[in-house]
Design a protein around this ligand. Sequence first.
Ligand SMILES: [Fe+2]
Length: 305
Amino acid sequence: MSKLKDQIVKLAESTALTNQEIAKVVGCSPKTVLTYAGSYVHRSQTKADINGNAWEIQKTVLLPDIHHPHYEPKVMDSINQFIIDYDPNEIVYMGDQLTLDCISGWNQRKPLLKEGQRLMQDYNSFDNEVLKAHESITGEDTKRVFMIGNHEQRIEWYTEYHPELSGFVDITRHLQLRERGYDVVPFNGIHKVGKLSVIHGYYWNKYHANKTLEAFEGNVVYSHVHNPQMYAKVSPVDRKGYHMATALPCICNIKPDYKRNAPNFWINGFGIVEHLPATGYFNLYTIIIIDGSFMWNGTYYGKDL
Ligand SMILES: [Fe+2]
């Protein structure tokens, strides 16, 4: 097999790239790709037969920055109403599910700010109010992804001061996430939904979407900033070669007591992604929640009016 043919066949078998995309990668004409790899549609259908649901649109709900216990119950209630109707294939907790004030390095020398708080209580009430609540309103085959944000990472940082507790206070262990079927994504890890990379997020500047796109050079959605923003970049060489970075709003209380009314740009909301596994193409929708209510597909979610 020639080197070119070898490359084309390998890409056709192992990726969802179109013939034109393969041609661009290996530096040949789409006709050559067609000769060695067949048509894109035929290839995708064959893969679909093998992969089962590759041509079924997959529905993902992205839940950003819950910050339990500093979340807004009416926001979560409306999202839960939506989850029941929407029946997603996947729920992704994008990081900072828990605030974990009691082990925060910021509070290390401030016992007043940790008074009465217990790590065990934080874990258990989060489990009951969030994870178990969602497990009870979704199907058993729902894929569940638990991303570690900087707040969950506080546990690792805490054990750097208390190595004797290493592993013992671990959130994955305590909540038995893996045993319960959760896919746990480590701090700064990436979860893929088709061609979209889901991350917790890094940057906190004014133009965070621009900064994130510059760093990732690909389609990415993140939380972390509690502030919706989007930035898109289109290659002048290939008009199809565009990428977007999207920041989602948050589920947490947007005016928490500890901020003492300081100004912020936090907004409530969450994300919905629909994607086709055969191509990896997706649509991402940012839902903004105002006073605990929002609308989707002609239905109102929120408190009774
Ligand atoms: Fe956060």
